[in-house]
Design a protein around this ligand. Structure first.
Ligand code: ADP
Ligand code: MG
Length: 237
């Protein structure tokens, strides 16, 4: 479903992603762990072409992201085509990013969804509330409903609970767990190890832009192969 092969990304002289190769099967959940600055957000942003990769390829559902092939040449897609591709990939940010002047329902409708998506995240009764009238957890659930609006092929989550008060984390993870159970293809950057252990099919550990470790939770969390992974886990567990 999603395939990254040999992805490199630098900002100036700073190498942020180094030869990242990763396959995410349809209907699976991949959790990305890694220290701050290891390239997790950049990796997600490369998948929907918010960042252009320097080398390597990203494919979603067989489609090359950001480029089209003609013969043996690659051409960059027009902004219009890139937006079309991006619409197939839901993105949930740490900071919700709802439109403040729109109600919950208008936020979801703007992305092609409707009340049934608010129902799905348990917020149909808040359809006519504005973001400022909602708790952080509720706002994030609206953001998830919005990400579902165009029936995306996959949803990327970038630390979706990091900005929430601790007592609001659970309700957002519950919604994500439901999506996972329904077979949604998801890539989730999070430090919620309990969630990762329970929901992830695959956990990958990113360190200084390298994908150091990759496997089921029982392997990566309980029997990590790299010292760097052990050191990281000892801090977050
Ligand atoms: P993470 O999400 O794992 O904390 P990021 O992907 O946000 O890491 O960042 C990885 C590195 O790339 C950091 O050193 C960050 O400062 C740098 N970086 C990210 N985006 C940019 C950018 N647009 N310009 C320059 N440096 C960036
Ligand atoms: Mg980040």
């Amino acid at each position: 479903m999603i395939e990254l092969s040999g992805v490199h990304k630098s900002f100036g002289t700073l190498e942020v992603l180094r030869d990242v190769t990763l396959t995410v099967p349809a209907g699976s959940v991949t959790v990305i762990l890694g220290p701050s600055g290891s390239g997790k957000s950049t990796l997600l942003r490369c998948i929907n072409h918010l960042e252009k990769v320097d080398r390597g390829r990203v494919r979603v559902d067989g489609e090359l992201i950001g480029y089209r092939r003609a013969g043996d040449k690659l051409y960059e897609l027009s902004e219009r085509h890139i937006l079309k591709q991006r619409a197939k990939i839901g993105f949930v940010f740490q900071t919700f990013n709802l439109f403040p002047h729109m109600t919950a329902l208008q936020n979801v409708a703007e992305a092609g969804g409707g009340i049934e998506l608010l129902e799905r995240v348990g917020l149909a009764h808040k359809a006519h509330s504005y973001p400022r009238q909602l708790s952080g957890g509720q706002q994030q659930r609206v953001a998830i409903a919005r990400a579902l609006g165009r029936q995306p092929k996959l949803i990327l989550f970038d630390e979706p609970t990091s900005a929430l008060d601790p007592e609001l984390v659970g309700e957002v993870l519950d919604v994500m767990r439901d999506l996972a159970r329904a077979g949604t293809t998801m890539i989730v950057v999070t430090h919620e190890i309990g969630f990762a252990r329970e929901v992830a099919d695959t956990i990958v550990f990113l360190d200084e832009g390298r994908l150091l470790e990759q496997g089921p939770p029982t392997e990566v969390l309980d029997n990590p192969q790299h010292e760097r992974t052990r050191a990281f886990l000892s801090k977050v567990l």
